[in-house]
Write a protein that binds this ligand. Structure first.
Ligand SMILES: [Mg+2]
Length: 232
């Protein structure tokens, strides 16, 4: 359903801090005023979507006025209003929130983002380190999309930088598998650097980058074979 409404969180999004402070809302976040104006110009109504209770709504409205932040409703949309559902989640086309996790059909990636425990792995928890590898990769894919495309672009960028830096021309751009291998190498270097304590994620990343390098290499060889076939 198109509502022409955008719901925006108050704490940590319109106001800079997300720390609950009853007495003062403090500064607005950088660019908040301008962004709300632009959203209005695009034809959307703005709903401030907050956990703060109704007794604070007047203060929120005043603060927005003082800081030149545009909005239309607090905690309800015009559609909710007609349906007398003001206490429900407001109908909106988009929800802008500092604590949101984007759901794209993959619950595992959502759970990964809630459970940050894999980021700190103890030395005696090696099994967990390797179990988390696939989960981390899923999370990265959810965040940044498929790695092949990203690595290709990374390769093009590095190629351009090297060529400019040395004033040379490489015979071809750095391929995706080499990008992954170089990243694996970087993690290996990090893992063996003198004085650096053990971080399980270096090893997990190294494994993942090596897997990615292999996948890219297989894909690349397939593409080359297809090109050769096409030329025949
Ligand atoms: Mg918030």
């Amino acid at each position: 359903m198109i509502t022409n409404c955008i719901a925006i969180d108050f704490d940590g999004v319109l106001r800079k801090s997300n720390r609950y402070d009853k007495t003062s809302f403090g500064e607005p976040s950088d660019g908040a005023s301008n962004a709300t104006k632009k959203i209005k110009d695009l034809g959307y109504d703005i709903i401030i979507h907050t956990c703060r209770g109704e007794h604070e709504h007047d203060e929120i409205a005043e603060w927005c006025e003082e800081n030149d932040i545009k909005f239309d409703y607090i905690n309800h949309s015009p559609i909710n209003r007609t349906l007398k559902l003001a206490k429900n989640k407001p109908n909106a086309d988009y929800y802008i929130d500092d604590k949101a996790i984007r759901f794209e059909g993959d619950w595992e990636s959502v759970l990964c983002q809630i459970d940050k425990s894999f980021e700190i792995v103890e030395l005696d928890d090696l099994e967990k380190i390797f179990e988390t590898g696939d989960a981390i990769r899923k999370q990265r894919t959810a965040q940044y999309g498929n790695f092949q495309e990203g690595n290709r672009n990374q390769g093009l960028l590095w190629t351009a930088m090297i060529q400019n830096y040395f004033g040379i021309r490489l015979p071809h751009s750095i391929p995706a598998d080499l990008v992954s291998m170089m990243m694996a190498g970087m993690k290996a270097m990090r893992a063996v650097s003198k004085g650096v304590p053990f971080h399980g994620d270096n090893y997990v990343d190294m494994i993942n980058y090596t897997k990615m390098a292999a996948e890219s290499r297989v894909l690349l060889e397939k593409e080359i074979a297809e090109d050769v076939d096409a030329e025949k």
